[in-house]
Design a binder for this molecule. Structure first.
Ligand SMILES: [Zn+2]
Length: 317
């Protein structure tokens, strides 16, 4: 029997181990199957002409539809099959195009500049801003404007007019900052992001990175979040851990354990490693069913010691 993960289903037994297809309503699976799920989920085989190709179900549809460029045309597909797949591909393409247009329109709604907004501008006199040439033509503020403002601050602070200008610029900056905070809060309330998440240094770095990029910054898609960037982050954390591991070896470390109950009343135990460089989370375990006996705790701590390396843990006499 071929292996079967959560995303696949098996349609036949051991005599034909390769006829596995994704659990999906995609029309492409009417014409193809994953060639060998034990090797790659990306390689697919045409059920009509038996051709094997890379590129998943999308490629199967191109093959059947006879859309050239990435794959050859299926010699066996009927006109009806061709039209069916071509229609689905066109629909997907249009959907993507519409989504892109929607995104562009959505982003165009963002107005953080005082003169471009109709909402609360009480704290700033727009006429005054115009007098100082700060809001002359409505234009998109780019990353360089920040530096331009800084130059104004410096060269204008000596004269009376300069001080007034500086006051206006500061008010202008503050108002723009408030608009950014409104967008952050709206997203946090909608997505139920815990408020303490915004106190993290990583959030401050995120704000700075987006600011430095300027307009049009893109977030990662779901695939990138769960694959590409997750792998990168795991590598980064592993690399950062090496310094701690070296310290554990050099001066020893202690294994710490604590237990707590989460909002769903699940009992969780955490294992951490403490050394002179600080405390590092090692693992956690749900133990709602188990009794927290000495033996149970001993075994969990022992497991942590094995993970860290027995020789590195400081033994108390
Ligand atoms: Zn074919």
């Amino acid at each position: 029997m071929a292996s079967c993960d959560t995303n696949t289903c098996q349609s036949v037994g051991s005599s034909q181990p390769s006829t596995v297809k994704r659990k999906s309503n995609d029309i492409g699976w009417e014409y193809g199957v994953i060639h060998d799920p034990n090797k790659s989920m990306d390689k697919v085989r045409c059920l009509l002409c038996k051709k094997v190709m890379s590129g998943g179900v999308y490629r199967i549809k191109e093959h059947i539809a006879g859309i050239l460029g990435n794959v050859s045309k299926c010699p066996t597909a009927s006109k009806e099959d061709q039209l069916k797949c071509r229609g689905v591909l066109m629909m997907a393409k249009n959907k993507k195009k519409n989504k892109r247009a929607e995104d562009v329109n959505l982003r165009a709604e963002v107005k953080i500049d005082v003169h471009e907004s109709t909402s609360n501008t009480n704290s700033i006199d727009v006429d005054e801003l115009q007098q100082f040439g700060l809001v002359k033509p409505p234009h998109q503020i780019g990353p360089m404007d920040k530096f331009a403002n800084q130059i104004n601050h410096e060269c204008s602070s000596s004269s009376g007019k300069g001080k007034a200008q500086q006051r206006i610029i500061e008010a202008f900056d503050k108002e723009r900052g408030n608009r950014v905070k409104e967008y952050i809060c709206r997203w946090a309330y909608e997505a139920a992001i815990p408020f303490h998440a915004f106190e993290r240094d990583s959030f401050k770095l995120l704000l700075e990175a987006i600011g430095q990029y300027g307009p049009g910054a893109q977030g990662p898609n779901r695939y990138e979040m769960s694959e590409t960037y997750l792998k990168k982050e795991v590598d980064r954390v592993r690399e950062a851990l090496k310094v701690h591991e070296a310290e554990w070896k050099l001066n020893g470390c202690s294994i710490m354990i604590d237990a707590w109950t989460d909002r769903n009343r699940r009992s969780i135990m955490n294992l951490c490693v403490n050394s002179r460089l600080g405390t590092i989370f090692l693992s956690s375990k749900e133990c709602s069913i188990e009794a927290h006996t000495n033996q149970f705790i001993f075994e969990y701590v022992e497991h942590g010691i094995q993970q860290v390396g027995e020789d590195n843990v400081v033994k108390l006499s």
